[in-house]
Design a protein around this ligand. Structure first.
Ligand code: C5P
Length: 310
């Protein structure tokens, strides 16, 4: 009897991100906020493996805490991504997804978005559905505001709610230290707190800062440090006051600048080089103001298929 070839599993690697500029406009009628969102992908990765399975399912292993915050049902963004792709092509979502998480869970580093982008790319390869880049980006945008960037990686300006991307040129490598916190922060809650703190103050249209785009293009860490900004930071610090001490500890430890990453609670510190990254991380760990400190750099590539195996 001929031996059936084993069906293959596909593994896709997806990066975390930091927002080097997050300019937030007034709330829109649909509840979202228009943004000028400058994303930089960094080298902390989740791996999503798609394996053929008659019973769809998802399992998760985490390098850090927070696995209890990752849904194991249809609430998981990776599962929704697989279902959206299957629906798009009219095929069954007959897949088991395994997510190996190294991106901090609910940390403001787009871990859930990364998993969704990874699942799309992995399932597309597994099912041979040959989805075009434009279709993939449209599916990403339906899944969440940050998902298109997780697919693309590198550096990009996100307009609209962050899903309309223009890729940005970056010279060289920027070195970062991330201070990780216990527990997550809810993104909708942080946006609501941002609106509340602003009260009746008129909110300007969010615009990308030309000095920041130039700093990225020139690979100038000192210039970038001078203009890093996150409009969600006051809200994140209000909801998690201990972040003020974390931000101060990173600066005292020698970082060029620090800011809350996305909606938090991770804090990102830009440093001059790989050597100072180690020193700042050590100093953050010793400060007792964070759960852990991770050294990384960016830009990092977007969703990348790293293995296709039996
Ligand atoms: O798009 P995503 O599902 O990641 O958004 C999560 C939540 O974050 C939204 O429901 C909304 O409350 C908030 N958000 C926003 N404006 C954006 C992006 C997200 O208000 N541009």
């Amino acid at each position: 009897m001929p031996v059936q070839p084993a069906q293959r599993a596909v593994t896709v690697r997806v990066p975390a991100k930091v927002n080097v500029q997050l300019a937030v406009g007034a709330p829109r009628p649909d509840g979202f906020h228009d943004l000028a969102n400058v994303f930089l992908a960094v080298g902390l990765y989740d791996h999503v493996t798609a394996t053929p399975s008659p019973t769809p399912g998802v399992t998760v292993s985490c390098s850090g805490p927070g696995s209890e915050l990752v849904p194991l049902d249809g609430g998981n963004l990776a599962v929704r991504a697989a279902e959206a792709l299957a629906g798009h092509h009219g095929v069954a979502a007959a897949v088991h997804l395994h997510i190996e998480k190294d991106i901090p869970v609910a940390g403001g580093m787009a871990g859930g978005s990364a998993d969704a982008a990874g699942a799309l790319v992995a399932c597309d390869a597994l099912w041979g559905t040959g989805t075009s880049r434009a279709e993939l980006l449209a599916l990403c945008a339906e899944l969440g505001s940050d998902v298109p960037f997780s697919l693309v990686g590198g550096a990009a300006l996100g307009r609209g709610r962050g899903e309309r991307l223009t890729e940005l040129p970056v010279a060289g490598t920027f070195h970062w230290v991330f201070a990780l916190a216990d527990g997550g922060l809810s993104t909708p809650e942080v946006y609501r707190a941002c609106d509340r703190l602003r009260g009746a103050t008129p909110v300007p249209e969010p615009e990308a800062d030309p000095a920041l785009l130039a700093a990225l293009r020139d690979g100038d860490a000192h210039a970038l440090a001078a203009v890093l900004v996150n409009d969600l930071q006051p809200a994140a610090v209000e909801l998690r006051p201990s972040l003020a001490a974390t931000l101060a500890a990173g600066l005292a430890g020698g970082a060029l600048a620090g800011l809350v990453s996305g909606s938090g609670p991770s804090c990102a510190f830009l440093v001059a080089d790989a050597e100072s990254a180690e020193l700042v991380a050590k100093s953050l760990r010793a400060s007792g103001t964070c759960r852990a400190a991770r050294v990384t750099n960016g830009p990092a590539p977007g969703a990348t298929t790293i293995g296709s195996h039996a």
